[in-house]
Design a protein around this ligand. Structure first.
Ligand code: SF4
Ligand code: SF4
Length: 663
């Protein structure tokens, strides 16, 4: 199985600049989907004392792990970015596939897949990437840029107090050493950004994830440790089990009609109980206040349910999406009715463009999304969240979030107390509306994406383009081949020489082809869910690696690596390994397979001579020219730098800086 291998900062920058200038997009997100602010509205909010230009963010998960995730979420309008959860066990083997959002939304995903030290570099690189993007004004001028990175850590007191996790948090609080380590990478065309005042404090807020079954005392211990010893602001992510088994089952089955879903009883028996939470949270608010920190709660984590499907191998899976939206809202309502003192609330659970304005009206900061961003359009769906929020604000005649929550424009902006009170008032009304709304019920969510019964191959497909934006890591990409129709001979290779024998026709019907950058693909399976054809784009389409090392390790039966310096492509096609090295000026190629090296004239694909590989006897054998033709085409078309993607980032020329704004 392929492992995630982050790209170096200069390559990410080079790709982004080329792609935006030549194609008007960054990491495949079109400029038309970038959030550039609304001139008449101020969407900014305060989160743990920090200003963020919008209340929107990705929930800790697949959209907050790599630089490109964070950059894409930011370009789409996220300004409170919950980073993927880190924990002491950083070498876990996560089952694959791990995401199934065919209709409702299930996962068996977990924490960061990178080791702690690598996650740290990735988050710091992401912060630097955004600073460079802002300084360059590449995506435009006047974009509201106030951004908060929110750490997410899990899962037990022992793990969080361990020296490695402590040191990780300290490095996020002061990343000077990592920034200084990364700065020298900013040379050549990036030297102009090397001395930018990159903020050393990447984050001082932590959202805490706990294991199902984590006792109240342990949660208290972790939060106190994070507030007092680590000096962070803390948000406690609460589990939907807090609502109680009876109420969750009532909502799931009787109200929403998800009869096939069975909850996991031990989760309810062992998790934090509602009354315990009501006692615990004010106590921790006191600790936070005493130490000049703030505390908030998040509704909610995913809900553990029994696996009634065949997509995952685990016995349990984690529910998100439409049903979780209603469960999470009802939990907020119950909590707000009985809380002893107001506490800031952030929200996750089935958020989408249609309910985001209501969530903001309940004074949730941030409102975070995950399942919806895994659907067709991906990060490009975020702009509609903000457009719909903006439209709802204009309808009310207000121009800032405080007044929106209060429900009317005030002479001076609404005070925090007024906003809190209005958020509380709005909650029961909007929760009742959502609970009764058929769009969250099983009837409206039982459909699955259509499969058309055809099989994917290396080339050609129905070119629906869905696999590119649904990938959170932008691991799938488009390249162009033009239609191909090449009649070719095969060759018999004998000791006495070689001779042409009947071959075939290499035919490609579609000009636009799809490929996968395996170093950014964690085989989550999401693109397979939405691809109308069978086989999975990340399995069947050509899989490119960023280095010979990862190619040799993970190519399996289908993998490629292009060595741009040597104009060579290494490939494994249907389990057979090949190398093609091209000398265009001499009109020659050297095509190597296990048993032979063959010299081929590029212009007419004629084999000119061959030598057996050492240790392989020189008996006659057949040269099938088809793998050669496939490699030749991939080398030419993937290496074509008119389209920038991760598989040709290393071949892109240096960026010439000028007026960066492109529109
Ligand atoms: S390419 Fe497909 S399987 Fe790989 S990370 Fe992206 S969505 Fe997941
Ligand atoms: S591989 Fe599948 S999802 Fe991707 S463009 Fe082709 S048919 Fe569509």
């Amino acid at each position: 199985m392929a492992e995630l291998v982050p790209l170096p900062l200069p390559l990410l920058l080079r790709r982004a600049f080329h792609e935006y200038r030549n194609e008007g997009k960054i990491f495949d997100l079109p400029g038309s989907k970038f959030f550039r602010g609304f001139p008449d509205l101020d969407l900014s909010v305060e989160f743990h004392g920090h200003r963020a230009s919008t209340p929107l963010g990705p929930a800790a998960g697949p959209h907050g792990q790599l630089v490109q995730n964070i950059a894409l979420a930011w370009l789409g309008g996220a300004r409170i970015i919950e980073l993927k959860t880190v924990q002491i066990l950083d070498e876990l083997k996560i089952p694959r596939p791990c995401i199934d959002v065919a209709n409702v939304g299930y996962n068996v995903e977990w924490s960061q897949e990178l080791k702690l030290e690598r996650s740290l570099r990735e988050y710091v690189s992401a912060a630097m990437f955004l600073e460079i993007l802002k300084a360059s004004k590449l995506p435009g001028e006047g974009i509201p840029t106030d951004t908060v990175f929110d750490m997410s850590v899990g899962y037990s007191l022992e793990g969080i107090r361990s020296p490695r996790v402590r040191s990780w948090i300290r490095s996020m609080l002061d990343a000077t050493a990592v920034i200084d380590e990364l700065r020298p990478q900013l040379d050549g065309e990036w030297a102009r950004y090397r001395d930018l005042p990159f903020p050393a404090r990447i984050s001082d807020t932590i959202s805490l994830s706990t294991f199902h079954g984590c006792p109240a005392g342990e949660i208290e211990g972790i939060v106190t440790f994070l507030l007092v010893e680590m000096g962070c602001h803390v948000c406690i992510k609460l589990n939907p089990t807090l609502l109680g088994r009876g109420e969750v089952e009532h909502l799931l089955h009787d109200v929403l009609g998800y009869h096939e879903l069975e909850v996991h009883p031990p989760a309810f028996e062992n998790d934090l109980l509602f009354d315990e939470a009501l006692d615990l949270i004010p106590r921790l608010q006191g600790v936070a206040r005493a130490h000049g920190r703030s505390l908030s709660v998040k509704f909610t984590n995913t809900l553990v349910v029994k696996n009634h499907k065949t997509f995952f191998s685990d016995g349990e899976m984690y529910l998100s999406g439409a049903p979780l939206h209603v469960i999470a809202l009802n939990l907020v309502k119950k909590f707000r009715e009985r809380q002893r003192e107001p506490i800031p609330v952030s929200f996750s659970g089935g958020l989408d463009a249609n309910n985001v304005a209501r969530a903001v009206a309940m004074n949730f900061v941030p409102v975070t999304s995950c399942t919806d961003l895994l659907r067709p359009g991906g990060y490009g769906r975020m702009i509609r969240y903000l457009e719909n929020l903006g439209a709802a604000m204009r309808e009310l005649g207000v121009n800032n979030i405080g007044d929106f929550v209060v429900g009317h424009a005030s002479a001076c902006p609404a005070s925090p107390e007024e906003v809190n009170a209005a958020g509380l008032r709005n909650t029961p009304i909007l929760v009742a509306e959502a609970t009764a709304d058929p769009r969250y019920a099983w009837e409206r969510n039982k459909g699955v994406p259509r499969k058309i019964g055809s099989k994917l191959w290396l080339y050609d497909c129905i070119t629906c383009d869905k696999c590119v934006p649904v990938c959170p890591n932008d691991a799938n990409f488009v390249y162009e081949t033009g239609a191909v129709d090449v009649a070719y001979d095969n060759f018999e290779l004998a000791a006495a020489g070689l001779r042409a024998i009947p071959g075939g026709v290499f035919r490609i019907a579609k000009a636009r082809q799809f490929a996968n950058y395996a170093d950014a693909c964690n085989e989550c399976g999401n693109c397979d869910i939405f691809c109308p054809e069978d086989g999975g784009p990340f399995v069947e389409k050509p899989r490119f690696f960023g280095s010979l090392e990862t190619f040799h390790r993970d190519a399996g039966r289908n993998g490629f690596y292009i060595d741009y310096a040597r104009n060579a492509i290494h490939g494994v096609i249907a389990g057979e390994a090949y190398i093609l090295t091209v000398d265009r000026a001499a009109d020659r190629a050297c095509f190597e397979r296990d048993d032979a090296a063959v010299e081929i004239r590029l212009s007419d694909n004629r084999a000119l001579g061959w030598t057996p590989k050492s240790g392989v006897a020189g008996a006659a054998r057949t040269l099938d020219l088809l793998p050669y033709l496939k490699l030749k085409l991939l080398l030419e078309s993937i290496g074509d730098t008119r389209h920038a993607h991760f598989a040709n980032a290393a071949a892109l020329p240096a960026v010439a800086h000028g007026n960066e704004t492109h529109d």
